[in-house]
Design a binder for this molecule. Structure first.
Ligand code: TEU
Length: 548
């Protein structure tokens, strides 16, 4: 089974649908909405982690890799989900968080209780001096990446929260456990896997970062990462003929990336990278917000599309996920042109070369969370950032503005199903509050309007399944220097597709030489015509097609 005609839908299970009124989404809730996803037309559902976790980091602090957190349901619920998905031809993708475990995991607890075998599952090192950590590396969620343990007079590494201890992949026993976990889920019928921050698992050495940076050069794309992935592939998911794997690569360079997903690499099918989602970071700093840099965005798309294609390597195509603010608020205009800009953004991504991902609620045009006060936030990264930025002297107003633009919670509000209380997500009190605009933006309304964003996504998915050129065509950039238009061509020997997207709320002209007769496959205005100058209205976007 090829993955090139597939589309993945991401569910953040906590915020999808709550079946039992505890304010927390669950597996039965998902089952009740499968017909909706079938109607959309997706092939895979990627679930963020649902196994036992103290939820310090939304389940990415795994305390048990095999048992569901009872708030999500039981193994029986999962088996029912699996059967119901199969009936609808929907596959399941699970999230494997293998760089670290929660400090609540029994391995870590044993390590802390003096068991040397399990201590060697983690990365413990001596400090440089009393009270001084082994290196100056910074945690991705703020503060030192090391935590002192008195019992050993040593420090353990945590690249993320202090409750997320990094695993020691140099230990063969750890690698064997990881393969067993995947095989456990394969036996239960799961053949899609997303690997969390998988390019951080091989550390290059434990030295101070000389540039006083966060230390990432010592653990990003480390020396043994490809060896580990090839081994894992062979021992587990590589034996599947019909799976889909995706590696989440944090800060990886293009030169490194194609080693992970090249067809002859025997590692992963596809990769997530995030460079295009940093173009609204001022000076590369997440909490320093600026309007997005269109040229940078376009250059990144072009460089990565061309670079990966050259090496037969495949990207995931996405604007949104549970770690990113909502794309409509970020790259579109959620006030004046929500429908046009929403459709344009969708087209721009879905027609590229790779596997498109839709993050729950994106298909109905959900916007950033509109949080006003700190107590409305739940995310550990945002709450840490608040303290750190205040300490650095940022004003209350500036910090709250930065959070309202870039907090991960923007994407984590419950999906709005209808205009009833709590947007139809729960009968109880939601764990995080619903977006106040739910009366306007909800699934019920989207399904009732044939011109809605939902049906645009549905059409994009159908197009991918219908046209080989969308699945396999060569990507060729057009109008590279244009200040407002992102346009590209996809071509095979028999077919040609031209995708034109106006990224701004003002008119533009696309100066592209067309040779031949094209039809319009899809557009975001009702009356789009192919004019001589290829005139574009605000956020206008269309797909031209011809046989060669
Ligand atoms: O994300 C990794 C990652 O790079 C982000 O956490 C990023 O550092 C963060 O959003 C900074 O802005 C994965 C998961 O997707 C994320 O939810 C987890 O928190 C993280 O790994 C740790 O497991």
């Amino acid at each position: 089974m090829s993955f090139k005609d597939k589309v993945v839908y991401q569910i953040y299970p906590k915020s999808f649908a709550d079946s039992n009124g505890d304010g927390f989404g669950d597996i039965q809730g998902v089952i009740s909405k499968l017909d909706y996803l079938k109607e959309l037309g997706i092939d895979y559902i990627w679930f963020n982690p649902m196994t036992i976790s103290p939820q310090r980091d939304g389940g990415y602090d795994v305390a048990n890799y095999r048992e569901f957190d009872p708030r999500y349901g039981t193994m029986e619920d999962f088996e029912e989900l699996s059967r119901e998905c199969a009936k609808r031809n929907i596959n399941i993708m699970f999230d494997m968080v293998f760089n670290h475990t929660s400090t609540e995991h029994e391995w870590f607890k044993k390590a802390m209780a003096g068991d040397e075998y399990y201590k060697n599952f983690y990365i413990f090192k001596k400090g440089k001096a009393k009270g001084v950590p082994p290196t100056n590396w910074q945690s991705k969620f703020g503060g030192s990446a090391w935590e002192y343990v008195e019992r050993y007079d040593e420090w353990y590494l945590h690249l993320f929260d202090v409750t997320q201890a990094d695993l020691n992949w140099e230990n063969p026993a750890v690698r064997e456990e990881m393969a067993k976990i995947i095989n456990y889920w394969r036996d239960k019928g799961v053949h899609g896997f997303r690997f969390d921050v998988i390019n951080l698992i091989s550390k290059r050495g434990y030295e101070d970062d000389p540039n006083n940076f966060d230390g990432r050069q010592f653990y990003t794309d480390g020396p043994r990462v490809h060896e580990y992935l090839k081994e894992l592939n062979k021992r587990s998911f590589g034996q599947d003929t019909d799976g889909l794997t995706v590696g989440e690569l944090s800060s990886a360079t293009l030169e490194n990336v194609y080693h992970y997903s090249g067809e002859d690499q025997h590692e992963l099918n596809t990769v997530f990278t995030f460079h295009h989602l940093k173009v609204d970071y001022k000076d590369k700093k997440k909490w320093h917000v600026q309007p997005f840099d269109f040229h940078e965005l376009k250059d990144l798309f072009i460089t990565w599309q061309e670079g990966l294609q050259e090496h037969d390597s495949w990207p995931a195509l996405f604007w949104n996920c549970h770690d990113q603010p909502r794309s409509l608020s970020r790259f579109g205009d959620d006030k004046n042109y929500p429908l046009e800009s929403g459709k344009m953004l969708a087209t721009a991504i879905h027609m590229m070369r790779g596997v498109p991902y839709i993050y729950m609620g994106e298909e109905i045009g959900m916007t950033n969370g509109n949080f006003k006060t700190l107590d409305e936030y739940r995310d550990v990264e945002s709450l840490n950032a608040y303290k750190i930025l205040k300490k650095k002297g940022m004003s209350e107003e500036e910090v709250m503005h930065a959070l309202s633009c870039h907090s991960r919670d923007n994407a984590r509000t419950p999906i709005c199903w209808d205009d009833s209380e709590n947007a139809g997500f729960t009968d109880g009190t939601p764990w995080i509050r619903v977006n106040p605009n739910y009366k306007d933006i909800n699934v019920k309304k989207a399904l009732a309007d044939k011109n809605s964003l939902f049906y645009h996504y549905q059409k994009l998915i159908k197009l991918r399944k219908t046209y080989k050129v969308i699945q396999e065509g060569k990507f060729v950039p057009l109008l590279k220097d244009d200040d407002a238009i992102f346009a590209y061509k996809r071509e095979t020997d028999d077919e040609e597709l031209i995708v034109i997207n106006n990224f701004y709320g003002k008119e533009a002209k696309a100066h592209i030489d067309l040779n031949g007769d094209y039809t319009i496959l899809l557009s975001n205005y009702k009356d789009t015509e192919i004019t001589e100058d290829l005139d574009l209205r605000p956020y206008e976007s269309y797909i031209l097609y011809r046989q060669r």
